[in-house]
Write a protein that binds this ligand. Structure first.
Ligand SMILES: [Mn+2]
Length: 190
């Protein structure tokens, strides 16, 4: 299991991540934020990653520090996983519906960080919803992936975010699936 630890004046976090492939995932998710645990569960189940996540954060000032820092560490752990693989699919796309919501995630484990999110009015999000976006941004940038997320439709925010995290997890799992060759015309990722 790839393990990461980070302690600042705002958060203390440990993250363990391991690809499970065809086996069932084992998840211990203690972010300190129940709805975020629900989103992590939705994501990691579809990524086929087992995870052990513990965070003690300054939740008295909001969810931002905890979720962003978990994103940083999870991104580093994802980078640690693919850096040890000879080859992997690299590109993946997932379309995920949940009742009224439909979300598309297109992902490239390119070694270059880039994050785009469209279709969500970010000025009207709650503090927690903004922190969920910060998690995704921090995770993608620190994993050095290119990720394009489009919320195609939806009005129920619970459905939109759950479809988004499932789509992200599904695309990430497919992109991380092992291949014997390096999927790059220049012969190296990055
Ligand atoms: Mn739900």
């Amino acid at each position: 299991m790839t393990r990461m630890y980070r302690k600042t004046n705002e958060t203390e976090i440990t993250i363990g991540l391991e690809m499970t492939c065809e086996k069932d995932t084992a998840l211990n998710l203690n972010s300190g934020v129940p709805f975020f645990n629900h989103m992590l569960h939705a994501m990691l189940f579809f990524t086929k990653l087992s995870a052990d996540i513990e965070c003690i954060g300054d939740l008295d000032v909001g969810t931002h520090h905890s979720l962003e820092d978990i994103g940083i560490l999870m991104g580093e752990a994802i980078k640690g996983i693919y850096s040890e693989m000879r080859g992997f699919n690299r590109y993946a796309c997932a379309l995920m519906p949940m009742d009224d919501a439909l979300v598309r995630v297109v992902l490239d484990i390119s070694g270059r960080p880039y994050f785009v999110l469209e279709g969500l009015d970010q000025n009207s999000l709650s503090e927690l919803q903004q922190s969920l976006i910060e998690f995704l941004h921090a995770c993608c940038v620190n994993a050095r992936m290119t990720v394009h997320i489009d919320v195609i439709r939806g009005f129920n925010r619970h459905h939109i975010f759950e479809a988004l995290f499932k789509a992200f997890g599904k695309a990430l799992g497919e992109a991380l699936t092992e291949k014997q060759s390096i999927m790059s015309t220049k012969g190296v990722i990055g």
